[in-house]
Design a protein around this ligand. Structure first.
Ligand SMILES: O=C(NC/C=C/[C@H]1O[C@@H](n2cnc(C(F)(F)F)c2)[C@H](O)[C@@H]1O)c1cc([N+](=O)[O-])cc(O)c1O
Ligand SMILES: [Mg+2]
Length: 214
């Protein structure tokens, strides 16, 4: 059966990273995707910003939209305090399968719940089915045209509270213009832009942090 790029990333990790060592998993995905095949991981430059914003937030409950291969999932899970809850939503079963193996190899299986499905179906279930009260930190990195509707859905479902951090990848490349305009002008968020570069490339990109005012 013909292998996919995501399966090749997984194989490289299994063969080169150290089991139970999240940083070696992160470094090996970055090595493979910068030297062999580009892939849409948040990468090490934006990843460092993600680490710092996450540490500042020190969250109890985290949601990620767009697991992909689990690169940012591992970056986030490795920094969470004991007992914190971390849910990540992935739409594509093949990507979810790769991500689960990468998360497990990193030794973080017990810290993360990978939920397969569509955000518009999963978000309304978070309170009752997944026993989430409020989200302290949301990392948004899925389809760019879903950033805005899903942020508004999080609001509608009462999942954001004063101080909830929404951190979005790719607000320059590929860009999420409607999302950016909304969070910066609707009056419900305090926004900060973190300029950086597109993963493994010289093109400019940025993360946007939108803190809910409650
Ligand atoms: O398109 C990009 N990312 C799209 C990322 C998409 C990922 O999010 C999943 N998803 C889709 N819907 C859901 C939900 F939430 F519905 F379940 C989850 C997709 O299956 C995929 O794994 C991208 C593109 C570039 N680039 O340079 O082109 C750079 C990047 O960093 C990027 O993130
Ligand atoms: Mg991205």
């Amino acid at each position: 059966m013909s292998e996919t790029k995501e399966q090749r990333v997984l194989q490289f990790v299994l063969q080169n990273a150290i089991r139970g060592d999240p940083k070696s998993v992160i470094d090996n995905i970055d090595k493979y995707c910068s030297q062999r095949e580009w892939a849409m991981n948040v990468g090490d430059q934006k990843g460092l910003i993600l680490d710092n914003v996450l540490k500042e937030s020190n969250p109890n409950t985290v949601l990620e939209l767009g697991t992909y291969c689990g690169y940012s999932t591992v970056r986030i899970a490795r920094l969470l305090k004991p007992g914190a809850r971390f849910l990540t939503v992935e739409f594509n079963p093949a990507f979810a399968a790769v991500a689960k193996q990468i998360i497990e190899f990193a030794g973080l299986k017990d810290k993360v719940q990978v939920i397969e499905g569509n955000t518009q179906d999963i978000i309304p279930q978070l309170k009752k089915k997944y026993e989430v009260d409020k989200l302290d930190f949301v990392f948004v990195d899925h389809w760019k045209d879903k950033y805005l509707p899903d942020t508004q859905l999080l609001e509608k479902c009462g999942l954001l509270a004063k101080g909830s951090v929404v951190l979005a990848d790719n607000v320059i490349t590929p860009g999420a213009p409607e999302f950016l305009k909304y969070v910066r002008t609707c009056g419900r968020y305090d926004c900060t832009n973190y300029p950086s570069f597109l993963e493994y490339m010289d093109e400019r990109d940025a993360l946007e942090k939108a803190v809910f005012r409650g």
